[in-house]
Design a protein around this ligand. Structure first.
Ligand SMILES: Nc1ncnc2c1ncn2[C@@H]1O[C@H](COP(=O)(O)OS(=O)(=O)O)[C@@H](OP(=O)(O)O)[C@H]1O
Ligand SMILES: [Mg+2]
Ligand SMILES: [Mg+2]
Ligand SMILES: [Mg+2]
Length: 331
């Protein structure tokens, strides 16, 4: 499915996301005092830092000149108060990189601290849906290469996502997508397994759609999504799920719409790492992604999606109807 032109970026991204997913799985298996609170009062864990260290290390080795814009930085790890977190990050990262030290790990994490737009950069969310991760639910490891403002290659690891939502016995997928070429799903459990091409659902009538939105009601207006769903004639209940796993389930046809709608009065601006990989996985699988007004997501104001309001991803054919319903609702 994929051309040779992206062979190196795909393989570095896929290997790095697999390693980070393995680290996250071991931390999630015995999560206890590994959660700290950032200045904005959001949670961060040993696994967020460990994942960012491993992936930034791999990107720096393979593509030393390509900046990385990632969510975390090492400042809080270097405080006395969080020394116990740093100690655990070192132990987890050493399981993959035996020569790693506290100092090299902090350097790798901060390799992800490019803070402005470049014509070519990586963007990384080492754990997206940290609240879901801590709860033992869905989370994602989201990595995308952005070229000329558009995501071109993505690897999206979803360690708790079953093959099929109706059969929750098997766990863990990684999605790889290349702009204009397609998207594939690989099981995380077997690095040698062949991937399966994925495609969005062929839904022509909005009333047949299923939609997903955030698990945490503070992140998206649940009531608005429900009312717009009602206007579209949707009767299926929403799928509430943490993280960019929502983009993955639209991409492979378990859902048709992902609504991320700002809550009334919210002045929150979406971050690029929460959407770059997911957007590409959906688009490469045949779907469409825009903001709630139908405008393309603009990654040239990195690290923020400052020109956009909300996000809507769909299986494709119904996109204009969904955007129209949102406009009618706002009126
Ligand atoms: N107020 C507000 N509004 C919108 N979005 C916010 C807000 N606060 C945080 N965030 C970002 O939400 C990211 C997690 O999104 P999710 O889709 O996983 O949310 S949910 O858990 O399903 O509710 C989360 O990503 P992670 O920090 O990587 O988990 C944040 O970047
Ligand atoms: Mg995130
Ligand atoms: Mg995160
Ligand atoms: Mg966070």
């Amino acid at each position: 499915m994929f051309s040779d032109a992206t062979a190196e970026t795909r393989s570095v991204a896929l290997r790095a996301v697999r390693a980070a997913a393995a680290l996250c799985q071991t931390v999630q298996a015995d999560i206890d005092d590994t959660v700290a609170t950032k200045d904005d009062r959001s949670p961060v864990t040993v696994a967020d830092f460990g994942s960012q260290a491993l992936i930034c290390r791999a990107l720096q080795q393979a593509f030393p000149d390509t900046p990385v814009i990632a969510e975390e930085d090492s400042a809080m790890l270097q405080t006395e108060e969080q020394a116990h977190i740093l100690e655990q990050v070192v132990a987890r990262v050493q399981a993959h990189e035996p020569a790693a030290t506290a100092e090299s790990i902090c350097r790798w994490i901060d390799h992800g601290n490019a803070d402005r737009y470049h014509d070519r950069f990586w963007t990384l969310d080492p754990i997206d849906g940290t609240k879901g991760f801590v709860r033992g639910d869905q989370y994602a490891i989201a990595l995308a290469l952005v070229e000329d403002g558009v995501p071109t290659v993505a690897a999206l690891g979803c360690p708790n996502l079953p093959d099929n939502l109706d059969d929750p016995t098997s766990h863990g997928q990684v999605f790889v997508a290349v702009r204009d070429e397609g998207a594939m799903q690989f099981p995380l459990s077997d690095p040698d397994a062949d991937g399966t091409p994925i495609h969005t659902r062929d839904t022509a009538q909005a009333e047949e759609a299923r939609f997903c939105d955030s698990f945490v009601s503070a992140h998206s207006a649940h009531d608005k999504a429900k009312e717009v769903g009602d206007m579209l004639g949707i009767s299926a209940p929403p799928i509430r799920m943490d993280s960019q796993a929502k983009y993955a389930i639209v991409a492979r046809g378990d859902a048709d719409i992902y609504f991320r709608l700002p809550r009334p009065g919210s002045d929150y601006t979406e971050k690029i790492w929460d959407h770059a990989a997911g957007r590409l996985v959906v688009e490469a699988a045949g779907g469409r992604v825009s903001d709630m007004h139908g405008e393309p997501l603009d990654f040239t104001h990195a690290p923020l999606l400052s020109e956009n309001t909300g996000v809507v991803a769909t299986s494709g054919a119904i996109h204009d109807n969904v955007i129209q319903a949102l406009a009618d609702y706002e009126r």
